[in-house]
Every structure is written in C-alpha cells, then in structure tokens.
Design a protein around this ligand. Structure first.
Ligand code: ARG
Length: 448
C-alpha cells in the first residue's frame, strides 16, 4: 500500500518528502494518544449517523483502545516512510482490520484531526503546568511565612530604598503566580472548544453530529464556525504560549533576584553547596548556575508567542502547511515550563536565608522614611520632617529608629498571605479538569 494517505499513482520526490515531513514523525508522538482519542469520538459519532454499523464501531473501538495503550509506551514509533501520527494510526487499524479501518476517515481531514489533537494535548498539559505552579506557589507562601520577619533592603533604581523583607519577597512571587494562573485559565477556556467536524476547514456534506463529539471529548463548547475552527490553529497555540510566557516572566525575574541576592555583595541568600556549580579554574567558586539557566530558559519561553506570531501572521483564512512548524517550538514548551517550575520550587525550598543581612551599617539609610514618618506621627508636618531628616543624613548624624512598624495590608508587618492564598484558590477553583477526565475515561472504557 502507498505510504501516504493521499498518494495515488505518482510517488513523491524523496527530498520533498523529507522537507515537508520535517520533525513531524518525532513531534507527533506527543499527540499520539490524543489522536486516538479524537478518532474514538469520531467513530462513535459516525455510527450514530449511520456511516458505521454497530459491529464496525465495536471492533474499531476495541482496536483503537488497544492502539491508545501502545501510544503510551516509550517504544511507540511512527514508522519509516509514514508521514505523521494520523497516517500511522490509520495504517495500524487497517493492518489489523482491513477495509473497516479505511472507513474511519469519512467526514474528517487531517486538518481538523491535528486541530483536535492539539486541543486535547493543550488541555492535558495545562493541567500539568497548573499542578507545577501550585507546587511552587505553596513553597513561596511557606517560605514567606517562615521568613516573614527577616528584613532585607528594598531597592529602587538598584539603590537602597526602604526596608523590605523575605516575607514580602517570597509572597510577591506567589501573588504574581496568581495573575499568571488567571491568564492560564483563560487560555484553557480558549483551548476547551471542539474543532472536530470542521474537516479541511469548510465542514462536510455528511450530517456530522458535532455536538456529540463535543460531549464525547468533554469540551466546554464547540468551535461553531468551520472556517473559524481552522483559524484557531496557531491562534490557540499563541494564546497558550502567552500564558506560559507570563509564568516564565514571573520565574525569570525571581531567578534574577536570586542570582543577585546570592552574590557576596548582597549576601541575602545562600544556596546549599549541592545546588551550586564550580569553576574549572577558581577553586572557591559556588555558582548559581541553576538560576542563571532558569533566567535564560524563561527568556526563551517569552519569545515563544512572538515566534508563533511570526509563523502565522497574516496567513489568510484556511489551512496552510506553515502551521505545522508551530508544533516545533510549541509542543516542547510545556516540558520546559514544568521543569523550570519544579527546579525553582526545589531551589527555594533548600535556600538559606541570611537573617542578619539588614544589620549591615551600609543599609542604615533605608530607615530614613521610618524616621520621617515617626516625626509626622508626633505632629510634625511631613515636609519639615523630611527636611530635618535629610539634613541630619548630610551631617552624618542620622540614626535609624528602633523599630520598623508597617501595618497596612500587604506590608512587612501584615503580609496577608492568607488573602493571597484565597486569590489563588478562587482562580484555581474555576479551572475544572474533571469534565475532560470523565469524557476521556469513558471513551477509553475506563470506569472511575
Ligand atoms: N502535519 C500536518 C500539520 O501539522 C498535518 C495536516 C496535514 N494537512 C495537509 N493538508 N497537508 O499541519
């Protein structure tokens, strides 16, 4: 049999084939289980509209469930000469079942197949990213609570400014993750619509029951318009990439702080030796390479939405092979962000905090505003207090006040981490992965 789903009597040039298939034979492995799940929904629907008999559906379902199991095994491959996962699954079915296997492609195209595969993959991967974000969030809140009272200087313009604390610092990144999760939840909602049935991008003359496949796959809704369903390719990936980029921006910034704070010139943080790397020439070095790589990886992820935009920008409506290229950088982005989140959680759980960093006299002046405010509370007008303290500083007579007393919401003395956690829980509770799980288990015949 021809190795292409579309090959008739002319064999395609070998170089053209290699060029057009590109990395699909490896990358599509990530989509493999989802491709089978999409097919399970599609054939169930085909039987309901009379395009398959009940017996055919039975045997196809049984074989597809078995193929699904194989796709999860590390030994699963797209065979040499086979273009992509869609062709591989159909080939396996046809080898096992003969003509019945050839019936499943009625009413669909690889264009809507890959669309639905991507959406199922995205749903699964966003759930994974959410769990990794949760792990880092928990570490950040725990560390914020533990080091709530440890004062460090806060900076503006990288100049010593006002007292801050490790309670504030850790908690700030926890709250940043809340906003990132909000964006990720929105991206999930965009991905949670069913493109199946849009076929090549213009629908089908078969009376496809698209609401049925939507239900079977546990999508929140259908992508209604067939042309728009196809236009969602590239757009969905960009939106999801923007959410990943948002998480990466948070963690990249944290990594930069951590590099700086662990420099001897700051000395606020110290990584345990086993988390640092050495130098081949300088025997004393213990470098924060993990945070440096995290910073660079996070920057790379922030380039992803731009990269996707550059691939798909100004494509007219309809399918184009350009879209295939999006998979190359998009699919691996999930592993990248999950490993970044997990490594950061690990580093921050082990990090040692210098409880006495702020005792260094070079930070004395960060208390200048405390002193101004102390005078204002005793009745002195702000501008006079400001001036007097300023002059005292210039004369070298400034002495820090004995206590730092910040009480408002979100300040050193009143972190309100419980409120940050409540914000997290609120966003998280609006993300519902259970509909997707239940639908897929049911397609696979797994009872919960
Ligand atoms: N590998 C292709 C992609 O990712 C699958 C769809 C192929 N469709 C086509 N009309 N050539 O876009």
């Amino acid at each position: 049999m021809a190795s292409k789903l579309w090959e008739k009597n002319v064999q395609v040039d070998g170089d053209v084939e290699a060029y057009t298939v590109g990395l699909d034979r490896e990358l599509d492995l990530l989509l493999a289980p989802h491709d089978v799940i999409g097919s399970l929904a599609h054939i169930t629907m085909l039987q309901s509209i009379g395009l398959l008999t009940a017996d055919e559906l039975d045997v196809l379902t049984r074989e597809l469930r078995d193929i699904h199991r194989l796709t999860l095994d590390p030994s699963f491959v797209i065979e040499p000469g086979i273009e992509d996962i869609h062709s591989q699954v159909e080939l396996m079915l046809t080898r096992r079942l003969g003509d019945v296997g050839k019936k499943i492609h009625s009413g669909r195209s690889r264009n809507d197949q890959v669309l639905v595969d991507l959406k199922l993959y995205i749903r699964e991967q966003i759930e994974r990213v959410t769990a990794a974000m949760q792990r880092l969030f928990d570490v950040l809140i725990a560390q914020s609570d533990t080091y709530a009272d440890v004062i460090i200087p806060g900076y503006t313009h990288l100049q010593v400014a006002m007292p801050s604390s490790f309670g504030l610092w850790f908690g700030a990144y926890a709250e940043s993750l809340v906003d990132d999760l909000t964006v990720l939840a929105a991206a999930y909602e965009v991905a949670d619509r069913n493109p199946l049935g849009s076929a090549a991008g213009y629908g089908s003359s078969f009376p496809l029951d698209r609401d049925m496949t939507t239900r079977l796959l546990g999508f929140r809704s259908v992508n209604v318009n067939a042309v728009y369903a196809q236009m969602g390719r590239g757009k969905t990936e960009r939106i999801v990439a923007q959410a990943i980029a948002s998480v990466a921006a948070t963690v990249g910034r944290l990594a930069m702080d951590a590099c700086m704070f662990s420099s001897q010139n700051f000395g606020f943080l110290k990584l345990p030796d086993e988390f640092t790397t050495g130098s081949s020439i300088m025997p004393h070095k213990k470098n924060p390479d993990v945070f440096e790589l995290t910073r660079a990886k996070c920057n790379k992820l922030q380039a992803l939405p731009v990269e996707i935009t550059m691939i798909v920008n100004n494509l007219p409506s309809g399918y184009f092979r350009d879209l295939q290229l999006v998979k190359e950088s998009f699919l691996p982005a999930f592993d990248a962000i999950v490993s970044i989140l997990d490594m950061t959680a690990r580093m921050l759980s082990g990090v040692r905090v210098n409880r006495h960093a702020a005792d260094d006299p070079r930070y004395e002046l960060m208390y200048s505003v405390e002193e101004v405010n102390r005078r204002v509370l005793q009745g002195q007008p702000f501008r006079d207090a400001y001036r007097e303290v300023g002059l005292a500083i210039e004369r070298g007579e400034f002495r820090r006040p004995s206590r730092v007393d910040h009480t408002h919401v979100g300040s050193i003395g009143n972190l309100c981490n419980d409120r940050i956690r409540a914000l997290w829980d609120d966003v998280r509770s609006r993300m519902d992965f259970s509909r997707a799980h239940a639908a897929i288990n049911s397609l696979l015949g797994i009872s919960e």
